[in-house]
Design a binder for this molecule. Sequence first.
Ligand SMILES: [Zn+2]
Length: 612
Amino acid sequence: MAGRIRDEDVAYVREHSHIDDVVGDYVQLKGAGGGQKKGLCPFHDEKSPSFHVTPSKGYFHCFGCQTGGDVIAFLMKLEHLTFTETVERLAERIGYQLTYDSSGPSTPGINRSRLVAANTAAAKFYQEELGKPGPAQFGRDFLNGRGFDRAAAELFGVGYAPDEWDALYKHLSGLGYTDTELNTAGLIKEGSRGGFIDRYRNRLIWPVKDISGDVVGFGARKLASDEKDQGPKYLNTSETPLYKKSQLLYGLDMAKKEIAKKRQVVIVEGYTDVMAAHLAGVTTAVATCGTAFGDDHIRIIRRLLMDDDAFRGEVIFTFDGDAAGQKAALRAFDDDQKFVAQTFVAVAANGMDPCDLRQTGGDEAVRDLVARRVPLFEFAIKSVIAGYDTKTPEGRVSALNQVAPLISKIKDASLRPEYVRSVAAWLGMEVDVVTRAVKSSGPKGSHSNQPLLESRPSESVNLKDPILMLEREVLKVKLQVSELAAPWSELEPEVFTYAPYAALRARIDESPDQVITDLLDRTEDPDLRSLITELTVEPIRTDGEISERYIQSIFARLREVALSREIAEIKSTLQRLNPVENEAEYTETFTRLVGLEAKRRTQKELAIGEAL
Ligand SMILES: [Zn+2]
């Protein structure tokens, strides 16, 4: 690691990175009133947005999972980066040159921007190689053979890794990249005779970009015959600090805006399918990079498909109709099925992939494939039925026995009768027969069709209680407009009755600078951290402006409430005291009571016109 990034630089980067822009790279944000924006939380699964961003304050908070913080916290958590990596990445984003304290260890560092730069330089190198005479012709032939001309190759930045041991290594070393950097980026590897060699040789190369468009790795297809090259057909960058295959979708940087606009994403299988789909006008196509489509992928996609207040949109898989695709579809019955209503399958009749289709049937055939999508359940059930000879009674009954348990597993109760009717039609059986088969194959007892809880209430106490709301308002004012919260220092010790609020007050008073970053830095308790960010973004409940008058009145009202509690206690103490036997104590308590009553009157006057 290089030395520590200077504090002033961290502060500069934090201040100049617009949180809504950074979040907007991952989450579709909509205006939520009061200068706030909201979207689907990237940290937990949800259908309606509880993830709020307050651009003017630079904070986010999710009311569903209670995650919150500033722009650095957001990126760190989402991309699983270290603090330093995150600041470097944000600095790169705003074109700011960081300086490091020399006090740290002085070995030349690995930082993200250097790795991205090395990858970008590699992509450019490969791209230039593709145009050269000689063996690169094999690469050009491969592309031409699949219907991709030069413009298509350029659009996707396709390149060629020359059939040499260290062409890229020499080139990048000449540009000043260190062995450690190139090795960490996965561009070179240790050779069997020591020293480094290129990772890809004599392969066609697709640069893989992350959602923001940075080149983070490569997919490389073998061009030589199997005898000459025993490596796998496709070679992908292995996991590196930049390349996390479970979170990458090839083509997403190009497709993300279209996915959000059209509320549709088409999942294809390979690099050439993504190219074919985009060129054919299916601009929402993406592919995984050498791994199965997983939970992380669906999370990324869902966030792009957010519409106003709900997830609405279509996820279309183009399986090639083979056993693996069918198995994947069948798995859907065991999943939580939260999004299955939006999941479709598009399979070409002849089992062709989009790349083949475009070559044989033109762009229209690819668009047609997507248009002819069927719901995932339908696809899965029909694939099972296809395994039986439904012309015979025995075949029909066997097929029904296989399909009935699947229907009973559909969690959406309104969909089950629909599929019962469809299956009856597909098998040519009576609806009653199918209904009985589904009933007897289902689990005992009725299905619960409870919607899944999307968010837990943040606390179990009644936060709508007017006093607690008042306590909350005062804390919000202190966190959001501290400069107007002058009466803070006069608050009575017992003014916050709800333990988390009291804890937050104590924490605020312990923080000398009383700024939120400082507050968060000093707070380890996740609940308290989450409360801090929550109250930092929750709008202050005033109809009009947040005026000094308004603030004065809510502070006064809160103090009045606290004083009333104290007065009630003192009065009950007085009742228990004997004014003759405990004369001194009685007099003292009585004097306190008079003092408190006077204070309360003042606060009551200040509180008049209070807006809560
Ligand atoms: Zn959340």
